[in-house]
Design a binder for this molecule. Structure first.
Ligand code: PEP
Ligand code: MG
Length: 538
């Protein structure tokens, strides 16, 4: 038995086998070879294997997300069989007398550069696909067998670090816990663990040979126990049973109002990233959705989601919530949420760079597509929109102009939409806090994003694991800002809520309610614990 300490970013207990995610660095070396035919044969075998892997992925995606989500794997199969692509690889092997891996990497660079220079946006986006198929070939040539990573039983996922796009592609029903060596408590992977209500640990110094071993992930103490003895497993099974019992007791609060003893009511909503999260929202009796991180729809795709795809996703959520409020945040990419097909420039300081509303205002065609889908979905229920990372009145004005022109377009096309849809902004920057008195005159509500507000107020990159102990949403500066935002909202008669992680911090619930917060939006698993505290307040 070995106990590895780490830092808990979400509580809970998981007992199961470890699956160490292979995230090897496949940096390709150029090696001179004699037998070119042998290398060409290796490419051809790797290609066959890649095509077969993609066939399986296509079937899986077809079952799980339907034809539109699965189609990309068919496209990749076609690209792998493209004679120009294969000729280029064979040619490099023969003329330069180099290894197959190098020839694939060189072809990848050439083809990707060619696509990236094309005028047509669709063709430019194909560069990301070339990279994808080439990396798959290189992985196979390097002996990494992706199929072995597929397990039938749920596992404790152990990895160096996890990007939002990696976590989003995982089969959630197969994950018992997340354990990483790197990462910070405020990363989106940590947020995802909270949404999934599974334990998550960071800063764990695991070893690759732990793959397949039994383990306990203790999200309370913040440790991973590898090869636990019988007694330890028994102890943790008991703790698990107690947790389940506690959760069962909380279920009594379902259907009850979220109000203090004196009748002060708070709107208690849930945060989601995907239409499939609505099941947990309803199971935990949330009163609405206070933050739908719409960028996860983009992260799951290999290309820009179409208006129709987005419309279907938003409509599904709104319809399933049956009249309860659904606040959808417009695309918030950049910083840690990078998407290949957006071809964003590399930045020195991405957290302070081109992200969220800045991307949307810079590329209005992408923004307009999303707005059209949102307005079209508005007639199916109680939908509101909110805009992330606002710093100025000018941004709000520009958003309004684009929104008005989208509405005009829909009217001319005879497409129905709700004309009076509520539109709010996220307060995530000190700038927005300081002008919240002015912003409150222009929008319908404020939702405070304490994750970013803490980052920008304290000048601490929320992704920087070394500064994790200084990242403090309870800092007096952050709390004063929250108070100021609430006061300025109320002066103009609009409501203010919190959708950052602080809203789910049960040590803070009483203070936030006392400050006058109108709404809290938390991960589904935290709805009932927060309701319990509010109902116990005077
Ligand atoms: C926040 O910043 O608090 C927030 C809710 O947005 P995200 O965590 O997605 O950046
Ligand atoms: Mg944010």
């Amino acid at each position: 038995m070995k106990i590895l300490s780490g830092k808990s970013v979400f509580s809970g207990i998981a007992i199961g086998r470890i699956s160490v995610l292979q995230q090897e660095d496949f940096s390709v070396k150029r090696i001179k070879i004699q037998d070119t035919q042998k290398e060409i044969k290796r490419v051809s075998q790797a290609k066959e294997k890649a095509v077969s892997q993609l066939g399986k992925l296509y079937e899986k995606a077809l079952r799980e997300v339907g034809e539109s989500g699965a189609a990309i794997f068919e496209v990749h199969q076609m690209m792998l069989n493209d004679e120009d692509y294969l000729d280029s690889i064979r040619n490099i092997i023969q003329t330069e007398k180099v290894n197959a891996e190098y020839a694939v990497a060189a072809t990848e660079d050439n083809f990707a550069a060619m696509f990236e220079q094309m005028d047509d946006e669709y063709m430019r986006a194909r560069a990301a696909d070339i990279k994808d198929i080439s990396n798959r070939l290189i992985r196979i040539l390097c002996g990494s067998d992706e199929e072995n990573m597929e397990t039938s039983e749920p596992v404790i996922v152990v990895a160096e670090d996890l990007s939002p796009s990696e976590t989003v592609q995982m089969d959630k029903s197969k994950v018992l816990a997340f354990v990483t060596r790197k990462g910070s408590s405020n990363s989106h992977t940590a947020i995802l663990a909270r949404t999934m209500n599974i334990p998550a640990l960071i800063n764990v110094e695991y070893e690759a040979d732990m793959n397949g071993k039994m383990a306990v992930a203790d999200g309370k103490k913040g440790c991973l126990i590898v090869d636990p003895d019988e007694e330890t497993i028994k102890k943790y099974r008991n703790l698990q049973a107690q947790e389940i019992k506690k959760r069962e007791m909380l279920k009594e609060l379902k259907g009850k109002a979220t109000e203090t003893k004196s009748g002060h009511k708070i709107n208690l909503y849930a945060n989601i990233g995907n239409p499939s999260d609505v099941a947990a929202v309803l199971a935990n009796d949330a009163e609405g959705i206070g933050l739908f991180r719409s960028e996860f729809i983009y992260l799951e795709k290999k290309d820009y989601p179409t208006e129709e795809e987005q419309f279907q996703a938003y409509k599904t959520v709104v319809q399933n919530m049956a009249g309860k409020k659904v606040i959808i945040r417009t695309l918030d990419i950049g910083a840690d949420k990078q998407i290949g097909y957006f071809h964003m420039d590399r930045e020195e300081n991405p957290a302070m760079g081109c992200r969220a509303i800045r991307v949307c205002l810079d590329r209005p065609e992408i923004f307009r597509t999303q707005l059209r889908a949102l307005f079209r979905a508005s007639v199916y229920g109680n939908l509101s929109i909110m805009y992330p990372m606002i710093i100025s009145l000018e941004e709000v004005k520009k958003i309004r102009e684009i929104v008005e022109s989208v509405k005009q377009e829909l009217t001319e096309e005879g497409i129905p939409f709700r004309k009076d849809m509520e539109q709010g902004i996220m307060i995530e920057t000190p700038a927005a806090v300081m002008i919240s008195d002015l912003l409150a005159k222009e929008v319908d509500f404020f939702s405070i994003g304490t994750n970013d507000l803490t980052q920008y107020t304290l000048a601490i990159d929320r992704q920087n694991e070394k500064l994790d102990n200084l990242y403090d949403p309870h800092h007096e500066a952050v709390l004063r800002m929250i108070r100021m935002v609430i006061e300025n909202a109320h002066k103009e008669g609009i409501w203010a809520g919190i959708c950052g992680e602080l809203g789910a911090d049960t040590d803070m619930t009483e203070s936030l309610v006392e400050m006058g917060i109108d709404e809290l939006s938390v991960s589904s698993s935290m709805i009932l614990p927060v309701r319990k505290i509010i109902r116990e307040m005077k």
